[in-house]
Design a binder for this molecule. Structure first.
Ligand code: SAH
Length: 224
């Protein structure tokens, strides 16, 4: 166990038990990929939740973060990461940095992670955590991610952690052949569908994975 995993806990055995329960909850909700589980074991979710809700960081629930956004439920992070099937040489784009938690997990599995958010403040705060943890393969950028990141395209994998009405065209265009995109699709105030898109030689295959609920993908930059 790394030092930062114990940052708010003097009693090492309580921290170990908390971590065991956290991993057990992930497994029981369908996160079975051992690479994903060990990445989630290494990255301490407690570092990405601030203020009042910090003590609930190890529960399997979404929690509020700055700018009116949310850090996703850990089991959903695990299921999306598992569906993305990240390979060690992959270049990954995440749209929706939020707290930075999902990007930190991806950094353990991929060669390079670009993560973008429309809120400058979220990008800045996430970037501070990436530096503190020495996660040097993550680049965090403030930009409207509905247009992807043309300068760095194409990507092996794209993960969108905000709901779009349809998979955004520019993101589909920035996916390599053989590449995978995972994206919640549907209206923002209803239950959405988590979709896995695979780019083939001739087009795109779509798989519907499960119902989810995400904050909406919003155009333009935020005010904070
Ligand atoms: N993956 C995050 C949770 C994301 S919440 C985590 O691990 O904590 C969804 C995020 O998507 C919010 O931070 C929101 O600001 C961002 N977002 C919404 N629309 C966006 C857009 N067009 N471009 C970039 N980010 C966007």
């Amino acid at each position: 166990m790394t030092d930062h995993a114990d940052f708010d806990e003097n009693d090492g055995s309580a921290a170990a038990e908390r971590k065991m329960r956290f991993l057990y909850a992930l497994r029981s909700r369908g996160v079975t990929d051992t690479r994903v589980l060990s990445a989630m074991e290494r990255i301490d979710r407690g570092l990405f939740v601030r203020g009042l809700f910090a003590e609930r960081a190890y529960e399997d629930m979404p929690l509020p973060i700055a700018c009116g956004q949310t850090i996703s439920q850990p089991s959903i992070v695990g299921i999306m990461t598992q569906a993305l099937d990240v390979q060690p040489r992959d270049k990954v784009l995440e749209v929706g940095t939020g707290s930075g938690y999902q990007a930190a997990i991806l950094s353990q599995l991929a060669r390079r992670v670009y993560t973008v958010d429309r809120h400058r403040r979220l990008v800045r705060e996430a970037d501070e955590i990436f530096r503190a943890l020495d996660l040097t393969n993550i680049t965090a950028i403030t930009v409207d991610g509905s247009f992807g990141l043309p300068d760095q395209a194409p990507f092996d994998r794209i993960i969108v952690t905000a709901a779009a009405e349809d998979p955004p065209g520019p993101l589909l265009a920035q996916l390599k052949t053989g590449g995978i995109m995972v994206v919640p699709v549907g209206q923002s105030d209803t239950v959405q569908s988590l979709i896995k898109v695979t780019r083939t030689e001739t087009g795109f295959d779509y798989d519907e994975l499960r119902p989810v609920r995400f904050v909406p993908l919003v155009e333009g930059l935020g005010t904070e």
